[in-house]
Design a protein around this ligand. Structure first.
Ligand code: IPE
Ligand code: IPE
Ligand code: MG
Length: 239
């Protein structure tokens, strides 16, 4: 990494670093189509972009990175694409765990995991166990077969017959114990939530870029954090 990158990071660390950043990793298919490649090639490059983002987040001192990897609606895609994504998840889980351990990054999977093959479920649980530690530099939450509406309905069922407040209700969500995201990034120029962290993003700052997910890098991540530092968060009060 160049000296300018170090200076940029140093400057960012003088300001408020978001504790929790959420990312809608969108535009893999678009990235591939523009290059005349199959959509699957975009997904493969997207996995590399996630690796870069996690390293940057850890370096900046972000504590939680929550990434949208597969939505409850993504099953609607052609079976070949879904099958490729499952293969890619399995491959990443088999290969990347030692690197996560080395970087002191913990990984967790949030969503309805029961829909995945027993092998994938086992790989996910094993990755969680192997990377879990008392004080990780960063925790990466991978939201997979996740949907905000399904999550809220599940929480309602879990909290049935209990008296709940906003704070106690949050304990029934997949994100129990995590702070709400401070910053949410979405790539590929789409300006919507697509059922991501509906409850949790009530007061989150949003940041969008035209760049597709496979082109996301540390420089863009730092730009998002720099823009975040200029925002004035009011949460209903006065500045
Ligand atoms: C995001 O990229 C990855 C997943 C949803 C798994 P897309 O596959 O949605 O790419 P676009 O939006 O079609 O370009
Ligand atoms: C959201 O992107 C899901 C992920 C990034 C995993 P989509 O591509 O599925 O969302 P829409 O269909 O454009 O709203
Ligand atoms: Mg998309």
């Amino acid at each position: 990494m160049g000296i300018w990158t170090d200076i940029q990071r140093h400057q960012l660390r003088q300001g408020l670093i978001p504790r929790h950043v959420a990312i809608i990793m969108d535009g893999n298919g678009t990235w591939a189509r523009r290059r005349g490649l199959p959509r699957t090639a975009g997904h493969a490059r997207g996995a590399e972009a996630l690796r870069r983002a996690a390293t940057e987040a850890a370096t900046l001192g972000i504590q939680y990175l929550s990434v949208y990897a597969f939505s409850t609606e993504n099953w609607k895609r052609p079976p070949e694409e879904v099958a490729y994504l499952m293969k890619l998840f399995g491959q990443s889980l088999r290969e990347k765990v030692p690197e996560l351990v080395e970087q002191q990054i913990a990984i967790r999977f949030l969503g309805n995991l029961k829909k995945f093959s027993p092998t994938l479920q086992k790989l996910m649980r094993r990755a969680e166990q192997k990377t879990s530690r008392p004080a990780p530099r960063l925790t990466v939450n991978v939201l997979i077969n996740y949907g905000g509406r399904a999550e809220i309905i599940r929480a309602i069922q879990k909290s049935k017959n209990k008296k709940v407040s906003a704070a106690t209700f949050a304990q029934y969500l997949y994100t129990a114990g995590l702070p709400d995201p401070d910053l949410l990034i979405r790539t590929s120029g789409q300006l919507r939530l697509s059922n991501f962290l509906l409850w949790q993003s009530a007061y989150t700052e949003f940041w969008f870029t035209q760049k597709c997910w496979p082109d996301f890098n540390g420089r863009l991540f730092r730009q998002a954090v720099r823009d975040f530092q200029k925002r004035q968060r009011r949460q209903g009060g006065l500045a």
